[in-house]
Design a protein around this ligand. Structure first.
Ligand SMILES: *[C@@H]1O[C@H](CO)[C@@H](O)[C@H](O)[C@H]1NC(C)=O
Ligand SMILES: *[C@@H]1O[C@H](CO)[C@@H](O)[C@H](O)[C@H]1NC(C)=O
Ligand SMILES: *[C@@H]1O[C@H](CO)[C@@H](O)[C@H](O)[C@H]1NC(C)=O
Length: 295
């Protein structure tokens, strides 16, 4: 390589470094926001210090007009959008995030060191509410059949539900998960309902625990499920028959008592008639019938 050629390469290199003022970068990793909450779109300048933002413009891909812009301190467009802290960097903030904020955007930043444009993406999720649990039937027989339910609503995208018994055994593979997507235009959700069915359950396995995970398999909720036993049927039967025999006993004793009283009355009256036969002609007639064993 001739010295001239080397000179050329070196000077080209120097030129490239000089114009390095324009080699700085703007970066915004993909953003995941939460429905109804504040979302921060993290953006930063790379390979440069002492840079000042003059203006920013955020445009949804496919649209002409910016959805939001800020020139110096003048904001226009969707008032839910703002620069998080223009002194610190180009990060944006959305208050009360909506599902319609999902999508691809073009973000243009004008600074005292030049201008950059970048594509960024926003997706929106929704948090699952704490799960509600139930059993069918409501009261369960030991070694009887039962279905356990664990339902979680208002989350997006679809998550999943796992089941554990009292000693931590994982019953998830025996359960069936139903996903019910809803989209009313302003809110999206996928209701989850997990059903764990037993042909024969041992009551001491309870209480069961169901855990709700979001679409990234991060635990977002849990609930315990107590199994209410039926009042033991054998006890019910024996107590019923006890009542019956008590009633029967009362009747027997009652009738015996009544019979005894009649008998006493009868003998007393008859004794009286023995002493004073004239007092009762009917009784004396009966006596005369001759079927009294005492005669
Ligand atoms: C859970 O969902 C199932 C199926 O939709 C339903 O039968 C059950 O009653 C629900 N349980 C609760 C506590 O909402
Ligand atoms: C429980 O079982 C399910 C389904 O087999 C599995 O996906 C999950 O990772 C298990 N959970 C734990 C904590 O072992
Ligand atoms: C859509 O559903 C959400 C949550 O369930 C509710 O807050 C909102 O009012 C609903 N919007 C419409 C237009 O029905």
């Amino acid at each position: 390589m001739s010295s001239v050629k080397i000179m050329c390469v070196v000077s080209l290199f120097i030129l490239a470094v000089r114009s390095g003022k324009d080699l700085w970068k703007l970066e915004c990793p993909p953003t995941v926001g939460i429905f109804a909450e504040t979302t921060v779109i993290r953006c930063y300048f790379k390979d440069i210090k002492d840079i000042e933002i003059v203006a920013v413009y955020l445009t949804k891909v496919g649209e002409d007009e910016p959805l939001f812009s800020q020139e110096e301190s003048k904001r226009s467009g969707d008032q839910r959008f703002s620069l998080e802290n223009s002194a610190k960097g180009p990060s944006l903030k959305i208050s009360k995030t909506m599902f319609s904020d999902e999508g691809e955007y073009l973000y243009h930043v004008i600074t005292d060191s030049g201008f950059k444009g970048i594509k960024l993406s926003i997706s929106v999720t929704a948090k699952y509410k704490d799960p509600v649990t139930s059993t069918w039937p409501e009261m369960v027989m030991d070694r009887g059949p039962v279905s356990l339910y664990c339902n979680a609503t208002d989350g997006f995208p679809a998550g999943t539900i796992n089941w554990f018994d009292q000693s931590g055994n994982n019953w998830t593979s025996n359960s069936v998960l139903t996903k019910d997507p809803k989209d009313n235009g302003s809110a999206k959700s996928v209701a989850l309902s997990s059903k764990l069915t037993f042909k024969s359950i041992f009551l001491e396995w309870g209480p069961f625990r169901c855990i709700v995970y979001n679409s990234k398999y991060v635990k977002v909720g849990e609930n315990y499920l107590n199994i209410t036993p039926v009042i033991n049927e054998k006890n019910m039967v024996s107590s019923a028959s006890n009542t019956k025999s008590i009633v029967a006993g009362v009747i027997v004793i009652g009738s015996l008592t009544v019979g005894l009283l009649f008998a006493l009355l009868f003998f007393r009256k008859r004794n009286h008639t023995h002493r004073r036969p004239s007092a009762n002609p009917i009784l004396s007639y009966e006596q005369g019938n001759g079927d009294d064993p005492e005669k």
